[in-house]
Design a protein around this ligand. Structure first.
Ligand code: ATR
Length: 277
């Protein structure tokens, strides 16, 4: 039987910077799969139409990136548990009349931390900075790993409180202490892992973190990748371990690939490839 070529895409605005087409093409080549994967720029107010056009072109699935993850959640008529909790979708499966929405960002982050960086989150003290879509998208996956405590902070602290109220029942169920602390009050608390999920780095903005929260044994993780952020520079100046979000990007893609093709791709060679580029 001849293999049917399947079609995939990533939808965003902007989209030219996206590494997803390259990552998925490399995964497919490794797996010996016939597929193509293109980058699609959607006008800001036309995500629905863009998606419907792709569905009519018989796409099997799509990744969704900024700023459309909430709209992708609305578009889907079925949702995975992670997508439901985050109310955001980064991976769509198109099956006949069904549009299934998944969110693989949290799984991507946790896999990068645990498998690539060898950080077992269980019983650890974790600080998550940010209360936008990026933070919300990964929060449940962090809770699932049962850290001892998860502290939320954000420039606009009310947003951290809103997320805490939404997620507290899950945290209690998983036995995780979920706290909110204002950024400027973070000084003497001990954290094993500090995750920057803000977009402050895009504007080279300083988060206003006290140097004292970083130490040699903590990992400072920035979900951004591509260039060294102020957050990473500050963490390094205090001798903390550091990582950017490249591994998370490749791991979230690997989970999407698994959802579409039921094949778990090798991620380390791809991370190394982009790291050494
Ligand atoms: P994303 O989907 O990338 O999370 P978002 O929903 O707009 O985008 O959220 C951006 C996050 O980065 C928010 O936590 C935002 O803080 P506010 O809630 O106070 O807006 C944070 N952020 C953006 N620019 C920042 C800056 N210059 N300093 C501190 N935090 C910033």
């Amino acid at each position: 039987m001849t293999e049917v070529k399947k079609h995939f895409a990533v939808i965003g605005n902007p989209i030219h910077h996206s590494l997803s087409p390259q990552i998925h093409t490399m995964f497919a080549k490794d797996a010996g799969l016939l597929m193509d994967y293109k980058a699609v720029l959607s006008p800001l107010n036309e995500f629905q139409q863009t998606s419907q056009t792709l569905i009519s072109e018989k796409l099997s699935g799509a990744n969704v990136t900024l700023p459309f993850k909430k709209e992708a959640y609305q578009l889907a008529n079925q949702h995975s548990q992670h997508a439901k909790i985050a109310e955001a979708v980064n991976t769509l499966e198109f099956k006949d009349k069904e549009i299934i929405g998944h969110n693989t960002d949290g799984i991507g982050l946790v896999r990068d931390l645990e498998q690539n960086l060898q950080i077992d989150l269980k019983h650890k003290k974790v600080l998550l900075i940010g209360a936008g879509g990026a933070a919300e998208g990964v929060l449940y996956s962090i809770l699932e790993k049962k850290p001892l405590e998860l502290t939320l902070t954000n420039r606009t602290i009310e947003k951290s409180n809103t997320i805490k109220n939404k997620m507290n029942a899950y945290a209690k169920h998983l036995n995780v202490d979920l706290n909110v602390i204002e950024i400027k009050k973070l000084q003497h608390q001990y954290f094993d892992v500090i995750i920057n999920a803000t977009s402050a780095s895009l504007n080279e903005a300083d988060l206003g973190l006290d140097n004292k929260i970083f130490h040699e044994k903590c990992l400072a993780y920035d979900m951004m990748y591509g260039k060294e952020t102020l957050f990473i520079k500050q963490a390094k100046s205090q001798h903390a371990q550091t990582s950017d979000g490249l591994g998370m990007l490749v791991e979230q893609a690997a989970e999407a690939f698994y959802i579409w093709h039921h094949i778990k791709p090798q991620t380390k060679p791809i991370i190394d490839f982009f790291r050494n580029k």
